[in-house]
Design a protein around this ligand. Structure first.
Ligand code: BG6
Length: 483
């Protein structure tokens, strides 16, 4: 029961959460650059105009990876990373999104980042879209609700595939594509923004920003864009591998009442398999028709769309996994917080400081569920514990809680491999502290590397190693044997 020899150990980030330099060298704002800081009780606000007098925008400086990537990649190399997941910020390459010529400074930046990775033998794993839709496309075209955006994205994808064809082998199309099914995903995932003014990114009104119909239509467009990218990548360099990326939420029935069991099953099908089936199997699942009918969704599917989905299937399946939740038909049950999707509290699980329910065994359940459905290689491209880190008297961060969390999850990965799952890699989320996507805070930290910046935006931005740094280095060196 061992990890395969060539297992891809590493860490993950996203451009909008770590780069900063949001308006440098020709870059224009993406949707993420219009989203303010919030906290665990206050939702982040999307502002139609950037208003720095009244709001703080954490992506504008983030952790300044834009200027410090050499130092950061050197630290990743010291831990022995085999792979580093990052996203290309679309607006560095095409600042407005609909230009025909790319921005050379943006191309040069990522070339230099990838070359730096290669210097240490680190394989980049690149997400094409991680909440970074150009704001111009959101304002002028309605974001992903507009079919034209498929072409703009196609042009961007082909440009970077051609540019980096000798430097990047592994690509992901849309980060957590399935969040578009939720209201939260409309702005961040779909670039669908309110007409004017400000709007919280979380809202109890399901349809406040976009109707379900608009969101599922936007999702259909992203599926098509993803399929095109798969086909283009193969043409440009047959060695390139393109994967999907799903927010993996394991959902259990709260009780063994058959109605709860059914609800949990439907939640897994609708949240995970709806997108997985399209991207891996190339077709909408059998339950989609009922789901569309029940939600008044009428998709505008053009001739040739379904054939394109069939042709452009991904070669591996990746996902984020932080937590699990439960489903119940009892309306008196209280909801729990979570990663993009919410369920009912599980009495057997502890939660993180941000209320996410910690469930290592759920990772094994999820890996088995997905592998047995799709039989393609799997990669966990996000996992970790968002926690408060404090310096001890010796001036260090002793993050034993983070080590415990990861150790337990890695043990379950090993068991899943013994179950027969073809798991090829693991990139923990926020390998260096970065801005939280859901709350915009700095103090929700995931990293092995501490970044000196507080929630108010003050700090030197200096990097330092936490205890988990040496621990993870040992995990990688022993290929998962020493946990
Ligand atoms: C995933 C996103 O949903 O979860 C990341 O892909 C995000 O962008 C991560 O940062 C953790 O969530 P949060 O809200 O703790 O940053």
């Amino acid at each position: 029961m061992k990890f395969p020899e060539n297992f891809l150990w590493g860490g993950a980030t996203a451009a909008n959460q770590c780069e900063g330099g949001y308006n440098l060298d020709g870059k224009l704002p993406s949707v993420a650059d219009h989203i303010s800081k919030g906290d665990v009780n206050t939702p982040r606000t999307f502002t139609y105009d950037i208003d720095t007098d009244n709001f703080e925008y954490p992506s504008h400086e983030a952790i300044d990876f834009y200027h410090r990537y050499k130092e950061d990649i050197k630290l990743f190399a010291e831990m022995g990373f085999k792979v580093f997941r990052l996203s290309i910020n679309w607006t560095r390459i095409f600042p407005k999104g609909d230009e025909s010529e790319p921005n050379q400074a943006g191309l040069d930046f990522y070339r230099s980042v990838f070359e730096e990775c290669k210097k240490y033998g680190i394989e980049p794993l690149v997400t094409l879209s991680h909440y970074e839709t150009p704001i111009h496309l959101a304002k002028t075209y309605g974001g992903w609700t507009n079919r034209q955006v498929i072409d703009f994205f196609g042009h961007y994808a082909r440009t970077v595939f051609n540019e980096y064809k000798d430097l990047v082998k592994y690509w992901l199309t849309f980060n957590e594509i399935n969040i578009l099914a939720s209201q939260f995903g409309a702005i961040m995932g779909g670039g669908i923004i309110p007409e004017a003014g400000n709007s919280p990114i979380f809202n109890s009104d399901e349809e406040s920003v976009a109707s379900k119909n608009q969101r599922f239509q936007a999702l259909h467009h992203q599926f098509l864009a993803s399929a095109n990218a798969v086909l283009d990548a193969k043409k440009i360099n047959p060695e390139m591998q393109v994967g999907c990326m799903i927010a993996g939420n394991e959902t259990y029935p709260l009780t063994c009442h058959p109605n709860d069991v059914l609800k949990a099953q439907q939640s897994i099908y609708e949240a995970n398999f709806y997108c997985g089936d399209v991207q891996v199997r190339g077709e909408y699942p059998p339950f989609a028709k009922r789901m569309w009918q029940e939600n008044d969704i009428e998709l505008d599917i053009h001739a040739g769309d379904l054939e394109l989905l069939k042709a452009g299937t991904v070669s591996f399946y990746t996902f984020s996994y932080y937590m699990s939740s439960t489903a119940s038909t009892d309306p008196s049950q209280s909801a729990s917080a979570g990663n993009m999707m919410f369920g009912i509290k599980n009495p057997y699980l502890e939660s993180s400081d941000w209320g996410w329910q910690i469930d290592p065994v759920g990772l094994r359940v999820y890996l088995n569920e997905v592998y047995n459905r799709y039989r393609v290689p799997l990669m966990i491209v996000e996992n970790g514990l968002g926690a408060h880190d404090e310096f001890a008297e010796d001036g260090k961060i002793h993050d034993s809680y983070r080590i415990d969390y990861m150790k337990q999850h890695i043990e379950q990965m090993k068991l899943a491999i013994a179950d027969g799952v073809d798991l090829i890699g693991y990139t923990s989320w926020g390998c260096i502290d970065l801005v939280s996507a859901s709350t915009g805070e700095m103090k929700k930290r995931y990293g092995f590397i501490y970044v000196d910046k507080d929630n108010e935006g003050y700090g030197t931005l200096d990097r330092s190693k936490k205890d988990s740094f040496d621990w993870y280095k040992e995990v990688i060196a022993s290929n998962g044997e020493k946990l």
